[in-house]
Every structure is written in C-alpha cells, then in structure tokens.
Design a protein around this ligand. Structure first.
Ligand SMILES: Nc1ncnc2c1ncn2[C@@H]1O[C@H](COP(=O)(O)OP(=O)(O)O)[C@@H](O)[C@H]1O
Ligand SMILES: [Mg+2]
Length: 421
C-alpha cells in the first residue's frame, strides 16, 4: 500500500490500528496495532459483534462498500458525517476547487474533530479560528443549502464556510447543526473543535434556519426534551440559544475528556436505513450483549414507550448510542437524543412507519406489542412505566403553549399522541 493510502486510528492517545485502501481499490483494510493487542488495555473498545477480529493480521472490508459505510468498518464509519455534514463537506471541497476525495482523505479532515474519541492521524491541518458568529454562520448556511449552482461560482465568504466546515461536518444526522464550546465563566462562545476542558460547556447546536418547515422545530425539540427529563429519561442538559436554536451538551465531551461513543449502527454494522435489522428487539439484544445493567435496559424500555406515545417515529439505529467506560472496560447506554415529534405536523401522512419495529410492527403499536418486549427482556413494571410516560402528555401540551408553538401545530400533535391501554 502506498503511504498516502494509510491512516492511523488513535484512541486515548494510543495507536489502535491502521486503515488502508486495498490494491483492488474495493473497500478498506484494517490492521490492529500489534502492541495495542499485546498490551491488552482498553480491550473492549470495539466489542466482538462479528466485524473486527482481534488478530494482528490485515482484515479486508468489502462488505460495507456502500453509501452508508463507505467501505469502512462500521465502527470507523460512525466518524463520517450523515446527510447534513456530507452536504457541507461537498460545498467546502467545491469552494476549494477539490472534487472527489478518498474516504481516508475524508477521515484525515475529520482528524481530531470527530464525535466520540477516535482520531485520525495524520490529520489535515486547517487554519484555527477562535471567533465564531452564529448569525453569520446561519446566513452562509442558508445560502449554501439554497444554492443549486457550484459553490465556487457563487464565491462564498470562504472564512465563514471554513468555520462551518470545521464545526458543522462532524456530527451526524440530517438537520443543520454545529458544535460550539461556551466558557462556563465568561459565556464566551468558541468553535467546538478547539477545547475539551471542563472550563467549557460543549454543545451540539441544532440551528433554526427557518427555511424548510414553517414551525419552530428546534423549540418543539426543546419541549420534548423537557417532557422526557420530567419522566426520568436520561438526557444531557439542554437549552435554547437566542430562544430558537436547540443546544444540547455533548455526552462525548465529559469531565474534560473525550468519551468513546458508538451508535448501534457503528457497533454492529446494521444499516440504520435497512428495515431488516431495524427493530427494538435487536437494540435490546445488543444492549444485553454489551452487558449493560438491568436499570439501563429499563431505561431503554422507557425510551421505547416514550417514542411510541409521543410519536417519535424516527428512532433509528443511529439515534441510539453507547458510551465506553474506559475505567471498567465496558459499555453503557448513552443519554437519549434526537427525541422529538418526528413528522411534519402540517403534512397529512397516511402511513407513518416507525424506524424500529416492535413485535414486527411499524404501525399501530399496542399494549400487547410492548408487553411482549417487556416479557422477553424482563422489565419489572412495564405498566407502571407506561403510566409514567403517559403522564407526560398534558405536560407537553402545557409546554407547547408556554413556548408559543402555534396552536394549529400543537393541536395536531396532541391529537396524534398514542395511549397504550
Ligand atoms: N448530546 C449529544 N452528545 C453527543 N453527541 C450527540 C448528542 N446529540 C446528538 N449527538 C450526535 O449527533 C448526531 C446528530 O444529532 P441528532 O440530534 O440525531 O440530529 P438529527 O436530528 O439531524 O438526526 C447523532 O446521531 C449523535 O451521534
Ligand atoms: Mg438523528
């Protein structure tokens, strides 16, 4: 392999392995660093879900050569952006007269800016910018998203675009978002790729661009966050910025350290858009496989009930993550995220397929369906949990009023709440 076709994969300051492009150009290859294997520290960073073998030899990955994984082992593909980040990535390359780049080059751009704790070395050096202007970012983002032409022809403000590129391409998901850090003492906001320390709050910020959907999606997500918290679902502290952007503290930046995080898709290679693997049963099985505590299995059950009752149908495998505990060498459930009314209330959907099936169903989930899951995964008091979750419905109604969600929207949402009886 030529040298430029190799990139190191680092975690917790240690080289874990190397990625390469095989000679036939299909997919990628991964080789564990023999000394990482010999020393045996952090041995469970990539649990044995049948993807990576714990062997010193080179392993080839051609099975994941598709739009979802880009030929990478799924654990590494988690470091690449989804729809929104990819769009910004393309815009930035276009603005800089670059066309196609290899997946390894893309990882070099991710460098040490990725979500979670995995880093790619050598990374591409980009100019550091310590200032950030959210309004300017939004102006540029709106233009980038609206333009059908080449970004280069439009001659965007390249500084702003560079900033967006650095802090807007790391997080996954489809909606526009950036990473920022806020100084706990001064309130000063800086780009989210500069600091890890505890002196800052580190946020994922979902931006209100007011372009696609004519109701405040981010404020609605904030209302959902408040209800979920009230019910006892574990979420990171979140707030609204300028009364309109949804900012949630990052669980992959805690105690001044990067946390190693993988999505259910990254851990298993289950494509989050493929219905075949997309079920709560699989998510519970994965959780059991990772030996997460029974209390957390109950938390997962509570999240499932919440998603049914409050119609968060976009509960796919990348909207569920796990965090590695480096002291105990084991995994736990991450705080919940991306919890909201997933459909546009203004559109009349005839069918609303849930991303994760329950008892082989994606629609009209009833009490019996969720009780079967409760039985299979030994949930002690499923009816008590259901009651508790459902007690959140009037709370949501009150919150939507308090945060001025238009009545037309909140009425539709209320009508679509599901009670499991
Ligand atoms: N609080 C958080 N801490 C760390 N990572 C997060 C947090 N919230 C979301 N993420 C990551 O960012 C990605 C996108 O966030 P999400 O809320 O799912 O946005 P979208 O609505 O665009 O799907 C998630 O898939 C997850 O990997
Ligand atoms: Mg999401």
């Amino acid at each position: 392999m030529a040298k430029s076709n190799i990139i190191n994969v680092n975690l917790f300051g240690q080289e874990i392995g190397r990625l390469g492009i095989p000679e036939n150009g299909i997919g990628t290859s991964f080789q564990y660093n023999p000394s990482y294997l010999e020393e045996g520290n952090y041995s469970n960073i990539f649990p044995k879900t049948g993807i990576l073998k714990k062997i010193p030899q080179v392993q080839l990955f051609s099975a994941y050569n598709n739009d979802r994984f880009h030929g990478l082992p799924p654990q590494i593909a988690d470091s690449l952006p989804d729809q929104f980040g990819s769009l910004i990535f393309k815009a930035w390359l276009d603005a800089n007269s670059r066309k196609e780049i290899t997946v390894l080059e893309q990882l070099a751009y991710v460098s040490n800016r990725g979500m979670g704790a995995i880093e790619f070395v050598p990374g591409k050096e980009l100019p550091k910018n310590i200032a950030i202007d959210i309004d300017e970012i939004i102006t540029v983002l709106k233009e980038v998203l609206a333009t059908k032409k080449s970004i280069r022809q439009k001659q965007f403000n390249t500084d702003a675009l560079l900033n967006i590129f650095k802090i807007g391409t790391s997080a996954g998901g489809a909606r526009p978002k950036i990473l920022i850090s806020e100084n706990k003492k001064t309130g000063n906001i800086i780009p989210g790729d500069l600091e890890i320390s505890n002196a800052y709050f580190h946020y994922v910020v979902k931006l209100a661009l007011e372009n696609k959907v004519d109701f405040p999606q981010e404020i609605l997500e904030y209302c959902y966050y408040k209800v979920a918290k009230k019910i006892g679902i574990h979420m990171m502290d979140s707030k609204l910025i300028e009364n309109k952007h949804f900012a949630t503290e990052r669980f992959d930046r805690q105690n001044g350290e990067k946390q190693h995080v993988l999505t259910a898709t990254g851990l298993t290679g289950w494509d989050f858009q493929n219905p075949q693997h997309s079920s709560y049963e699989n998510l519970f099985k994965l959780s059991s496989f990772l030996k997460i505590s029974q209390a957390q299995i109950e938390e997962l059950f509570t999240r499932m009930i919440f998603n049914v009752v409050f119609r968060n149908t976009d509960d796919h495998l990348k909207n569920h993550s796990f965090i590695y505990d480096k002291k105990r060498n084991n995994w736990k459930l991450s705080p919940a995220y991306d919890i909201t009314y997933a459909l546009n209330p203004l559109l009349d959907f005839k069918i609303t397929n849930r991303a994760l099936s329950i008892n082989n169903k994606r629609n009209d989930i009833n009490l019996n369906d969720v009780l079967i899951i409760a039985e299979n995964f030994t949930i002690k008091d499923p009816k008590g949990i259901i009651e508790k979750v459902q007690s959140g419905i009037p709370i949501l109604k009150k919150l939507m009023k308090e945060y001025h969600i238009p009545k037309k929207i909140s009425d539709i949402i209320m009508r679509n709440m599901v009670t499991l009886t």
